[in-house]
Design a binder for this molecule. Structure first.
Ligand code: CAA
Length: 257
């Protein structure tokens, strides 16, 4: 029987994806990318989706990068196709309409760091190590790192990481804004569960609108982006969710979304 490369656990629209190649530290080969893409295509059309968490199997790694063995003998054309495959898959992840959380439980290198950058949240264990070590292999990041990393942490730090290939610990990743939270490894799972439950428990239409406003707004000039915010703010008043949220506040009870 073939190995399940992406394990999917669905708890009422809160979906957990586990990249399952622990013996290779969950390195991303073309089969893993194809399977991830297939899973994301299924998720993106679902109205009941609330939040997505992505992590790596085993105790040691989130993802230790693109698969170096698979890449070693590639021609430039094959490398281009591999990069495009990953970029398309990561774009699907980035543009899921609900919050996405990278739960980083160890090595988060190269394509692994790029995968985390395609998520809205990154929560790391205190022993996690991050980096874009591609220059040590004679290449550059090819799964979005040269573009998403400077947008997340600024160009100076992105240039530092992409040209030295050095690894940084979770504390430094937190300091530069690469991750949102750092937890003791023993508490990481519980926190991931708590966070996704919290995200999934908020008004689903409002959460989707907040993500859309931030993601789409960043691609526009400020005035257009502010107009987008106004449109989405008004849209929130069109459904039951806003009435329930505000009524619950006035009636001093918890909202039921
Ligand atoms: N690709 C393929 N296999 C990998 C891998 C990768 N990126 N990273 C680790 N593995 C494999 C190892 O080959 C090893 O397999 P075997 O047991 O069959 O030998 C297994 O995972 C365990 O790894 P190690 O024995 O090396 O474990 P370690 O604890 O000694 O070291 C590590 C851990 C520091 C993460 C080390 O494995 C390492 O440096 N890995 C490569 C990290 C890297 O360079 N990533 C960037 C890849 S390039 C990229 O991602 C380009 C891009 O942008 C598209």
């Amino acid at each position: 029987m073939s190995e399940t490369l992406i394990e999917v656990v669905d708890n009422a629209g809160i979906v957990r994806l586990t990249i399952n190649r622990p013996k290779a530290l969950n390195a991303l080969n073309s089969n893993v990318l194809a399977e991830l893409e297939r899973v994301l295509v299924e998720l993106e059309g679902r109205d009941d989706l609330r939040a997505v968490l992505i992590t790596g199997a085993g105790e040691k790694a989130f993802v230790a990068g693109a698969d170096i063995g698979e890449m070693r003998d590639k021609t430039p054309e094959q490398a281009r196709a591999f990069g495009r495959q990953a970029l398309a898959t990561f774009k699907r992840l980035e543009t899921l309409p609900v919050p996405t959380v990278a739960l980083v439980n160890g090595f988060c290198l190269g394509g692994g760091c790029e995968l985390a950058l395609a998520c809205d949240w990154a929560v790391a264990s205190d022993n996690a190590l991050f980096g874009q070590p591609e220059v040590l292999l004679g290449v550059i990041p090819g799964f979005g790192g040269t573009q998403r990393l400077p947008r997340r942490v600024g160009p100076a730090m992105a240039l530092d990481l992409c040209t030295t290939g050095r690894k940084i610990d979770a504390a430094e990743a937190l300091r530069i804004g690469l991750v949102n939270r750092v937890m003791a490894q023993s508490e990481l799972e519980a926190y991931g569960e708590e966070l996704t439950q919290q995200l999934g428990g908020n008004g689903p239409q409002a959460v989707r609108a907040a993500k859309q406003a931030i993601h789409d707004g960043l691609e526009q000039d400020l005035d257009s982006a502010l107009a987008l915010e106004t449109a989405l703010f008004a849209f929130c008043f069109a459904g039951d969710e806003q009435k329930e949220g505000m009524s619950a506040f006035v009636e001093k009870r918890k909202p039921s979304f």
